[in-house]
Structure formats: C-alpha cells, structure tokens
Design a protein around this ligand. Structure first.
Ligand code: ZN
Length: 304
C-alpha cells in the first residue's frame, strides 16, 4: 500500500489550500470586512474548484465580549459553500509564550461554537492548526498537546509552504488605508511572484528530502490581499501543474507520516522540521525567498 501511495503521489502535483485566522485578519477590521474577505476568497476558490479549510479563532466572533451573530453566520456560509473549518485556538496565543494548561484550555474554548456549527452539517472538528506554527519547545510539551488534541479527535494540520504572506497582507492593508492604490498594486504583483518563488523553493526542498514533490500544504490567511488577488495565485499554481485537493487527501501522502521533532522557537515549514528531525539539517536548502524590501518598508515591520 505504502509503495502504491508513494507512486501515486510522485505522479501529480497536489496542493491543499489552508486559510488561517477566520473570520479574518487585518488592520481596522470590522464585520463588513470579514464578510467581504470570506466572500471574496470563497468566490475565487470556487472558480478554481479548489477545496479549502479555514482555521477559526473564535475570539474574533466577539466584539466587546458580545457574540456577533453576523460573524458566526459568515462561518456558516463558508460551510454551506462546501468548505471545511478547523480549530486555531480561541485567542491565537503562542504555545511558546503561554502556560501549557492555559493553552489547552484555549484549544477547548476554540471549539465552543465551532463544534455545534459543524454538527449542523453532520461534521465534527478534526484538524487543529497551531497559531504562528509554534508547536512547543520541548518534546514533552509537544506530546502533551498532541495527546490532548487526539482525545478531542483532532489531527495536527501541518504546513509545507510557509511564507511571509502575512507581511504582504499588512503592507497591502496599510496601502489601501492610505489610499495608495499604485503601491497596493505593486505589493499584490510582488505577492504573487513571491509565493510562486516560495512554491518553487519548497518543491526543490521536497525533491532533496524525498526525491519527489510531495502533496504540498499551502498556508495563507483570510485577509484583504487574498480577498482581492487569490485568483492570480491559484491561476499560476494551476499553470504550474497543481491540482487542488482537500487537506484530508493531501495528508494521505506518506511524507506526512514523518514525525515533527522540531523544538525550536520559530514557526517553520514541516519540510525543514523533517530535515532537522531526521538529523539532516544540512539538507535545508539555502536562499529561501524573502519578502521584498519595499514590502517590508510598506508593512511598517522593517524597523521592528
Ligand atoms: Zn494564525
């Protein structure tokens, strides 16, 4: 079976699109923005027949500690459109800066509305994504979180194509808020190019580690940048030979059976975690593409 799967996965370029921080992430964001972001992303996914899973932070469904039913309705619309939802904790805290017990409480709290919502569709939450991809700085912590998730019926959702897309999104938001349309366009153009460069880099990384291009997992966020430009990215990925698949299908790639033994500080791609975990740190390819300097400047993060 393993050999057959390996053969199948070596023949096709597959990619699962995962969208974090639902109902949305961005500067000066309100219910109307969440609506436009999620609707925009859904429309573009639909035009490519691309399945997707969104990872929810329930804290964003509240305003002044009051549940905003319109925001919850946006998640229901996402489900109705045929997309999946997973748990991204309630508050989006980093495991590396939170007490373990508090973190576990936040995971459970993160499915307060999610679980009943999914039940309306005959589903249960089954994927969990760590905020910032911070997965624990000791094997003991990782194991405790893992077994807690398992008890609740979750599988960890790994990421192979990780990027600074969130920096581009921040720069884009600032440009829009400042009504700098030319700058916003330049950022968007560079975003698409950058994500393609990233994809090419992780394809090479997969080739070096596994001898083939594995079923990739793309991480993006529910933001204005993707509301406006996701179709360009999806179009270019399709031209590159990718078929968009569910997370479930992507995770059937045997590569995902490798253990994540990474205990470093950063939130890094699983491809590099596996290199490190297998004692093959030297396989990590140099020159991973970085966000362009003009985008860093526009994001306001350059000086931080
Ligand atoms: Zn997140």
């Amino acid at each position: 079976m393993q050999v057959i799967l390996w053969f199948i996965f070596s023949q096709i370029n597959m990619m699962s699109v995962t969208v974090d921080d639902l109902p949305g992430a961005g500067l000066r964001i309100e219910t109307q923005d969440y609506a436009e972001i999620l609707q925009g992303i859904q429309n573009q996914l639909k035009s490519f027949d691309a399945p997707a899973i969104g990872f929810v932070n329930e804290t964003k469904l509240y305003r002044d500690e009051k549940l905003q039913v319109e925001r919850l309705a946006l998640l229901r619309a996402w489900m109705k459109a045929g997309y999946e939802l997973g748990n991204h904790t309630f508050s989006h805290h980093s495991l590396h800066r939170t007490e373990l017990t508090d973190y576990l409480v936040d995971i459970k709290k993160g499915e307060t509305l999610l679980r009943p919502l999914l039940a309306e569709f005959g589903q249960v939450p089954r994927y969990f994504r760590h905020p910032m991809l911070h997965t624990g700085q000791t094997m003991e912590t990782k194991a405790k979180v893992h077994s807690f998730l398992k008890e609740l019926g979750y599988q960890i959702a790994p990421v192979t194509i990780d990027s600074s897309e969130w920096i581009y999104a921040r720069a884009y938001d600032r440009a829009l808020l400042d009504r700098e349309q030319d700058l916003a366009s330049r950022i968007a153009n560079d975003y698409v190019r950058y994500m393609l460069d990233k994809t090419a880099y992780f394809e090479r990384q997969s080739e070096v580690l596994l001898g083939r291009n594995m079923a990739q997992t793309l991480l993006i966020h529910a933001n204005r940048l993707n509301r406006d430009h996701l179709n360009r990215l999806l179009g270019d990925l399709k031209d590159r030979g990718y078929r968009f698949v569910t997370l479930e299908e992507a995770l059937k790639d045997p590569a995902y059976q490798m253990e994540d033994r990474f205990t470093g500080r950063g939130g890094i791609t699983w491809l590099h975690r596996w290199c490190i975990g297998e004692g093959k740190r030297d396989l990590i390819l140099p020159n991973e593409p970085e966000a362009s300097p003009f985008v860093m400047d526009a994001s306001g993060l350059a000086s931080e």
